[in-house]
Write a protein that binds this ligand. Structure first.
Ligand SMILES: Cc1ncc(COP(=O)(O)O)c(C=O)c1O
Length: 480
């Protein structure tokens, strides 16, 4: 007897989601449609269901209809807004399987399959970076391999950045958990770094003012030649540099920093080198783009989001370190009810992560890759990056549009005219119309419209349609 109408309810959900995906493919419905939150709360009958329970098959069907009607359709090929994947449906099943089994696998006994897959995926990423993967615990190999990498999967890149810089701090100050922060630490970040780095520095108590931007070229890429002088200046002022961060790639325009040069400086000055590859980790895997991350092997830590360019459902990221000791000692508190000397056939990942209860994240990433394979993944990444370049070339031949920079990834920034406020007005109307969903960013001291070409089905014709609608909205605004 399967519990609680599992089969029939699942069939209802399966049918509703299949229809949903078909609707997205047909492209006849809006990609985005934002009704007022109070209408959605009311239409979903949330109040009644929470009070009375008893959602029947019929009411589930109706509920799902309303729920899906009010979703933003990432599977629609005019979804070009954010760095959130259009998940492979096999990867999406990973979320479903995790939901049912609920193997919160921070400790091995709570999820042997989930731990085995996370361990395997971490090793796959370590190898792709060019680091030594962890030997399987309890095997002969463990005795021979001395220096090897490690890592853990986290619920998102922000948490991965927090974990990486916590590891950097513990490496530099082993007694930090007992004694607290020394007052003289700074972290050097790219001008174009993601806000989660500044937030991390705030959270770990270093003080946001000690997050220092490095000099950059006109496109915002770190200028390595100027880093030594900055280090000298800070050290002469009594500061100690805990870490230097490189982007692979930046969030706004998707450009890669010169990792090789930054890494060489870090090695010479014995400073922790952290690479934020949340969005751009595809270049680590795909030979065609590997030159963009040249030098990444010299890093001490790397973060990698699978829920961006790896077609994996949210949330799924990883923090990886070249020397496994650093992740094992990142957090030195103990939870004696969970961690004690025990003989077991696997490993506990709990002490590596901020989270105590943790989802089986590896499964989603694994299933997405198992559907595509490495070649399929690289073909997808390459097609998205090429589309961004084709679109930039198209724009550069238009008199009224411009791009601030040639794309290096699937992120394309552009604008019509040069009025910052106008770009925001155009985006607002675009989203109200619901035919296209794009984002916007500040970059090079100006406001840009921004497409993240993450949907595998988006074509150059779709982008030409977007540019035409932008032009039409702009001329209507001119007339008002
Ligand atoms: C470069 C970079 N790092 C970190 C993050 C944060 O990742 P997450 O949204 O998974 O927390 C982002 C998000 O867009 C990013 O672009």
């Amino acid at each position: 007897m399967v519990k609680e109408n599992f089969r029939s309810n699942s069939m209802i959900a399966l049918q509703a989601l299949t229809d949903y995906l078909e609707d997205c493919e047909n492209n006849q419905i809006p990609v985005i449609h934002q009704r007022h939150i109070s209408e959605i709360i009311s239409d979903l009958d949330l109040d009644q269901f929470v009070k009375d329970g008893g959602m029947s098959e019929v009411s589930l069907q109706k509920f799902l209809e309303t729920y899906l009607e009010n979703t933003t359709r990432l599977h629609h090929r005019h979804y070009m807004a954010h760095q959130v994947s259009v998940p492979h449906t096999l990867g999406a099943l990973g979320s479903f399987i995790n939901g049912v089994t609920n193997n919160a696998m921070a400790i091995y006994e709570m999820g042997p399959s989930a731990t085995a897959i996370e361990f395997f995926m971490i090793n796959w990423m370590l190898e792709k970076i060019g680091w030594t993967p962890s030997p399987i615990p309890g095997t002969e190999n463990t005795k021979h391999v001395q220096a090897y990498g490690g890592g853990v999967m986290t619920h998102g890149g922000s948490l991965a950045n927090l974990t990486a810089l916590t590891a950097a701090r513990s490496a530099m100050f082993p007694d930090v958990w007992r004694d607290g922060n020394p007052g003289d630490i700074v972290v050097l970040v790219p001008e174009q770094s993601h806000y989660s780095l500044k937030r991390t520095i705030g959270i770990i108590g270093l003080g946001e003012k000690n997050c220092i931007s490095m000099p950059a070229d006109e496109d915002g890429r770190v200028l390595p030649a100027q880093i030594p002088a900055l280090i000298d200046k800070l050290e002469n002022n009594g500061k100690r540099i805990m870490a230097i961060v490189g982007n692979a790639c930046g969030t706004a325009a998707g450009l890669y920093d010169p990792l090789e040069e930054i890494g060489a400086i870090c090695q010479e000055r014995k400073i922790w080198f952290h690479v934020d590859a949340a969005h751009g980790a595809g270049a680590i895997v795909c030979e065609e783009y590997r030159h963009l991350v040249r030098g990444i092997r010299s890093a001490d830590s790397v973060i990698w989001d699978a829920h961006k360019m790896f077609r994996t459902p949210v949330l799924c990221a990883a923090v990886l370190v070249k020397d496994h000791h650093h992740i094992e000692h990142a957090f030195s508190q103990e939870a004696s009810y969970l961690v004690h000397d025990k003989e077991q056939p696997g490993i506990d990942l709990m002490m590596r992560a901020v989270e105590c209860t943790k989802s089986g994240l590896g499964l989603k990433m694994f299933l997405s890759l198992a559907a595509m394979g490495e070649k399929g993944l690289c073909d997808y990444i390459s097609s998205r990056n090429r589309l961004a370049i084709d679109a930039a070339n198209y724009i550069n031949n238009l008199d009224d549009f411009e791009c601030p920079v040639m794309p290096e990834t699937c992120i394309l920034c552009f604008r019509i005219g040069s009025d910052n406020r106008r770009q925001l007005e155009i985006r607002k109307i675009l989203l109200q119309n619901g035919h296209y969903y794009i984002s916007t960013t500040l970059y090079k001291n100006a406001r840009w419209l921004r497409c993240v070409l993450i949907n595998p089905d988006t074509t150059l014709d779709d982008l030409k349609g977007l540019f035409a609608e932008v032009r039409k909205i702009n001329s209507e605004l001119d007339q008002n």
